[in-house]
Design a protein around this ligand. Structure first.
Ligand code: PHB
Length: 375
């Protein structure tokens, strides 16, 4: 029998993975308040999902108070947060697993009620996203027109990413993933629907990619390239993103990242819409295929995979590993279920964001089920 392509080892930077099923970063908004501090419940959640030689990527984590866009998202800038994350990484390592911290700044996808001193959210340019958001108390609000960052603030931002990366190392993480996806700050700089700047950070593709690449280079200088991954969501329109020439943009970004010997590049497939459970868009461009042609390091693909499509993607070398989001919420032992072909539990969307242990740590593993059946 052929070996299962998902259960072969993979060198991912400094890590030697034992299988290729990665837990995708997912916002769950359950940090302890005040202070946006990871706590025991979060350690239990990540510990449940850890597996021998498997990689988890955390929910997006605020690098500074200004980076926050939703209530209850955890940070990585205070001593309490570092201590809280230490319990998370310990729980994952105790099971032989690995964990990267996804470090982000939301840019304009925030609200003044979530910002220090009630300031306006910041962005490359004062372009208000369409649609609605939620405020610090979780109520629906309209987006505000963000304040454009001054050029001198961008160096501070790069330094903030580096501090968060160092804090991640102190908290015991195996590495960090720079969040360049899904319409948050670095993605807002990349695309010309949201970046209207006329300085060195706007206009040409080279200029729009400058901030992402400066952040990536600075984080590499702090941690080493083998401990750094990058996530992108090419062609994805989530959070009101658009670009006039995605083909050229993603080609340039892929080629630049390829020069940097990263632990991995992680792409969100545009066919999948994680805000709904609608069928996949068969006409969307294939991001993994596009990046495979320019990026020679390990490539993780995410977006609407099931066991069979993941197996085919890795088996055909279209991706080196596959990240699962929603199935990992409701199946804490997802790799084992994929390996054995066991039935999957469907997720409940109402408990994705915020709340308590319900819909978070109370999804059963196969082991829990067999114990409660007395098997
Ligand atoms: C979300 O909270 O909706 C969210 C957060 C981070 C992402 C994508 C979506 O990368």
């Amino acid at each position: 029998m052929q070996p299962d392509p998902l259960f072969t080892s993979l060198k991912l930077g400094a890590l030697e993975l034992k299988h290729r099923i990665v837990m995708a970063p997912m916002t769950r908004m359950r940090s302890a308040q005040p202070g946006n501090v990871p706590h025991a419940l979060n350690a239990e959640y990540y510990g449940q999902r850890a597996s021998e030689g498997g990689l988890l990527i955390t929910e997006a984590t605020d690098i500074t108070p200004q980076a926050q866009g939703y209530r209850g998202t955890p940070g990585l800038y205070s001593a309490e947060q570092i201590a809280g994350w230490r319990a998370v990484t310990d729980a994952v390592h105790a099971k032989g697993g690995f964990i990267f911290s996804q470090i982000w700044h939301v840019g304009r996808i925030s609200h003044s009620s979530l910002q220090p001193d009630g300031a306006l959210p910041v962005a490359p340019s004062p372009v208000r996203p369409s649609g609605d958001h939620t405020d610090a108390s979780g109520q629906p609000v309209s987006f505000e027109t963000p304040r454009a960052l001054e050029e001198k603030e961008l160096a501070v931002l790069v330094a903030d990413f580096v501090t968060a990366a160092r804090n991640a190392r102190e908290a015991g993480f195996d590495g960090v993933e720079v969040h360049g996806a899904n319409g948050y700050l670095l993605d807002q700089f990349l695309r010309n629907g949201s970046n209207k700047r006329t300085d060195r950070y706007g206009g040409s593709i080279e200029n729009r990619a400058r901030l992402l690449l400066e952040v990536v280079d600075a984080v590499i200088a702090a941690l080493g390239a083998q401990r750094v991954g990058v996530r992108l969501s090419p062609w994805n329109g989530f959070n009101d993103m658009s670009d006039s020439d995605g083909e050229a943009l993603w080609d340039y970004v892929g080629r630049e990242l390829n020069k940097r010997d990263l632990a991995y590049l992680h792409v969100v497939e545009p066919r999948a819409d994680f805000t709904t459970d609608l069928p996949l868009d068969a006409n969307a461009p294939d991001a993994a295929a596009h990046f495979k042609s320019v990026f020679k390091g390990p490539l993780i693909s995410a977006g609407g995979y099931v066991a069979e499509t993941a197996r085919a993607a890795v088996g055909d070398a279209r991706a080196d590993a596959v990240a699962f989001g929603r199935p990992f919420i409701s199946n804490p032992d997802l790799p084992e279920r994929v390996r054995t072909g066991a039935a999957m539990t469907w997720h409940e969307r109402a408990t994705f964001y915020g709340g308590d242990h319900r819909g978070y740590t109370d999804y059963a593993s196969l082991e829990d089920v067999s114990q409660s059946c007395g098997v």
